[in-house]
Design a protein around this ligand. Structure first.
Ligand code: 3HC
Length: 285
């Protein structure tokens, strides 16, 4: 089997860039979202981004037109996934919602279709039994911003076939990514385990009043050589995502240490979710 058609479900923070990245790499892509505002924003982003790449001299007009022709933004999951070889789910980090979506995809998609989740933390074995094709349900985890970040984590749960893994590794490479394979399911995979450790320490130092978030970012950037500080990165990946991920973890473990930090709860409640809404720790207006 060869993957040529990709459906991306969820056009938010990650989905819109995963879809565009796939279109730029020659896949036929259909992207959808239940929220029409988010879908409209994804369409505008695709048009603006491609034009900007042309203006910057990074892409020929012909390649930009080809990429735009390769991607369609459609209103329903059915329209996106009915003929896909690979579905990449990039919806909210909520297990019940993902299970419901995968059960629906299982009904809609042809028998050969691989159903991948871009979840940051939820392992695919928690979703696979909502379908009749557990061997084709797998984690394929991209990083934000997905058009730029090279890494993709493919996680081989015990139910995932070798063929599925191979096809996902190939698809990631064709998208210009550098995939790594995890032979076991583990919470946070590889990168988010490191990210979580840095982030928790940063939030703890802030909550203790040791330093401002600006100075913590400055320290991490200039002392460790990271491209962004932990608070800038929280703004980029979304404080709402950090909140949902911690809540999901806390619901599972019941361990108070897994609850979101007071600062994250405060920002989440105020709607200060980061760059995408114009304000997080920093102001983007
Ligand atoms: N979308 C698309 N492209 C973007 C972008 C965005 N949001 N932000 C920057 N870029 C592109 C620019 O167009 C530019 O491309 P070019 O060099 O080909 O012209 C290139 O990235 C560099 O951009 P800038 O010069 O404007 O800015 P920086 O050099 O500061 O780079 C950055 C921006 C790439 C975001 C860099 O700061 C970085 O690598 N930050 C760390 C990001 C990171 O750690 N991501 C992982 C988060 S964890 C995660 O995603 C896991 C998930 O489960 C939550």
């Amino acid at each position: 089997m060869e993957i040529t058609k990709i459906a991306v479900i969820g056009a938010g923070n990650m989905g819109h860039q995963i879809a565009l990245c796939a279109a730029l790499s020659g896949f036929q892509v259909k992207c959808t979202d239940t929220n029409t505002e988010i879908l409209d924003k994804a369409i505008r982003f695709a048009d603006d981004y491609l034009q900007e790449r042309v203006s910057k001299g990074k892409l020929s007009q012909e390649a930009a037109d080809q990429a735009r022709n390769n991607i369609a933004f459609v209103p329903t999951v059915e329209a996106a996934a009915a003929d896909a070889d690979l579905v990449i789910e990039a919806v909210i980090e909520n297990l019940a919602i993902k299970r419901k979506l995968f059960a629906q995809l299982d009904q809609i998609c042809p028998a050969h279709t691989i159903l991948a989740t871009n979840s940051s933390y939820i392992v695919s074995s928690k979703i696979a039994d909502a379908t009749t094709r557990a061997d084709k349900v797998c984690n394929m985890h991209f990083f934000n911003p997905a058009l730029v970040m090279k890494l993709v984590e493919v996680v081989q749960g015990p139910h995932v076939s070798a063929e599925t893994v191979e096809l996902l590794m190939e698809a990631a490479k064709k998208m210009g990514k550098t995939p790594v394979l995890l032979h076991k399911e583990i919470y946070g995979f590889l990168v988010n385990r490191f990210l979580q450790a840095t982030r928790q320490e940063a939030l703890k130092l802030l909550d203790m009043g040791v330093a401002s978030y600006e100075d913590i970012d400055t320290a991490v950037k200039n002392g460790l050589g990271y491209p962004m500080g932990p608070f800038q990165l929280l703004d980029l990946t979304g404080i709402d995502l950090a909140y949902h991920v911690s809540m999901e973890r806390y619901r599972e473990s019941g361990d108070p240490a897994d609850r979101p930090s007071p600062t994250v709860v405060e920002k989440f409640t105020k709607g200060e979710w980061g760059k995408k809404v114009g304000k997080g720790f920093y102001d983007y207006e």
